[in-house]
Design a protein around this ligand. Structure first.
Ligand code: PEP
Length: 259
């Protein structure tokens, strides 16, 4: 079964209103009206409104985080309800920078995933191991514990309404990319574990790779049978770099569709 790849740009804590306006106008010029892959961008909260109001129609907009609560006395947080009200389509949950710097636990991330679904947002569950964990052969255990927390809370059918991004922490922002084989090994592991619970869901769920993905390595990564696009940090910050990755997704889709 062929899954449509997603090219998702995580802008992290970068940009300004001028940056947003320029990026949206450049993407509007560079992106064809009809694309055979999906594109999303994830700006900081305060730039969401500008992106939503100026983005080309074929680009989805997502937040980088959401509260585990509906509303109330939670100073500084933003709820899924508010993101949906604003017009967001998606939201990242459990990015490793939040797991590490804000000490988000697997259980909290799972609650956020559930909140996103509650308000009709597509959650992108970020999972991945640190270098120490990889070196001590804990990759599968760490990644599965992160996914299992969501499964325990909402079950396999609900998990299937989201997207999973495998992002080895040692490859994020380091310039060191997992090899296509390393990415495939973990993606295949995730899909086969899910298939043991629900074959249809496992076939359909999109598994993105993230970690120093760029135009020069995107095709090789996206060609792997269980890699369905990428979550892109650094290379999503210029329209040129981001479009270079989008073009690789298009090339792959064109090849797949003509074969
Ligand atoms: C990310 O932060 O999700 C990411 C993949 O970053 P980078 O592409 O810069 O490694």
């Amino acid at each position: 079964m062929s899954r449509t790849p997603i090219i998702a740009g995580n802008w992290k804590m970068h940009g300004s209103l001028t940056f947003v306006k320029e990026m949206m106008s450049e993407l509007a010029t560079m992106l064809p009206a009809k694309i055979n892959y999906d594109v999303a961008v994830f700006p900081v909260y305060i730039h969401l409104h500008e992106v939503i109001n100026t983005k080309p129609e074929q680009v989805w907009c997502g937040a980088q985080n959401l509260s585990e609560y509906d509303d109330g006395a939670v100073t500084g947080e933003v709820s899924g309800k508010m993101l949906a009200d604003l017009g967001c389509d998606m939201v990242l949950v459990g990015h490793s920078e939040r797991r590490v710097k804000s000490r988000e636990s697997n259980a909290e991330v799972a609650k956020k995933f559930a909140q996103a679904l509650k308000y009709g947002l597509t959650p992108v569950l970020c999972v991945g191991e640190s270098l120490v964990e990889r070196q001590s052969n804990q990759t599968f255990a760490v990644v599965w514990a992160q996914i299992q927390a969501v499964l325990s809370l909402i079950g396999v059918e609900q998990l299937g309404h989201g997207v999973i991004a495998y992002e080895p922490v040692w490859a994020i922002g380091t310039g060191e990319t997992a090899t296509a084989e390393q990415a495939q090994e973990v993606h295949q592991f995730i899909r086969s574990q899910l298939a043991a619970k629900d074959v249809t869901m496992a076939r359909q769920i999109r598994l993105l790779y993230g970690g120093s993905c760029k135009g020069s390595n995107a095709f090789e990564l996206f060609s792997m049978p269980d890699v369905d696009g990428g979550l892109i940090g650094g290379a999503s910050l210029t329209a040129e770099d981001f479009m270079a990755i989008c073009r690789e997704a298009k090339k792959l889709m064109n090849e797949t569709q003509s074969s």
